[in-house]
Design a protein around this ligand. Sequence first.
Ligand code: PMM
Length: 283
Amino acid sequence: MAPSSASATPTAYVRPLIMGVVNVTPDSFSDGGAWFAPGAAIAHAQQLVADGAAILDIGGESTRPGAVRPAEDEEWRRTIPVIRAVIDLGVPVSIDTMRSRVAAAAIEAGASIVNDVSGGLADPEMGRVVAQAGVDYVAMHWRGHSVDMQSRAVYGDIVAEVTAELQERVEALRAAGVAAERIILDPGFGFAKLAQHNWDLLRGLDVLVALGHRVLVGTSRKKFLGLVGRSAQTERPALERDTATAVTSAYAAENRAWAVRVHDVRSTVDAFDVAEALAGWTP
Ligand code: PMM
């Protein structure tokens, strides 16, 4: 008897890396400043690694819609001591910053990835600093600072526009000397995007992946995940969006994302385990 499709040859499944978020901020939308004290941030980073994070992303600036920027020295004070403290946990450390001087200090402290939500647009020196250091660089899709970014959430074809705008960033970064293989692209969920834009962008993730760069997906706890189903009437609070995040993480994995950036690592580990079991993967 011919094998049924249910027992067909396992499909190739590549498990994305999980980047665990450590927001050293008093005002992040996703965790309300729970990790603002350095000791709390360090303990949280240890827990994320124990849970399965393969990268730690340390940030000192909240980018929630409407957020006001901290001064550069304040961002430095929030992030650099935490990076120094977590650098020996055994996973690569990423600095979430739009400022080249904070990025340079973080690299000096041991960070090997610069995660810039502005894709180099906020600080003209960023490309040069990253090129000189030879580190990985996440270029996220961005249309301006958080204080008024939602006024720029105007698109015809969002997938095509985000892809084209990221391609422009790649060209600018390469012109600044950043090696193509160091550039990781991120569609920037929630940044200058309304709820429907985020769904359209996630559905079109394969278009961005097809550019050939590694792709990072950051849907974790974002507002559009709090507006689905029965909770659409009353927005679900950020801390109750981890199951929805695990589902979008699994979708990102199916569509060959390189990594997902999440706050709750355990639920995304679960989602990836389930996807692997379905794909017939055995350890
Ligand atoms: N989102 C936030 C912050 N940094 N970095 C990348 N690369 N991608 C994102 O989607 C992203 C980011 C905002 O979320 P947070 O304040 O909870 O960290």
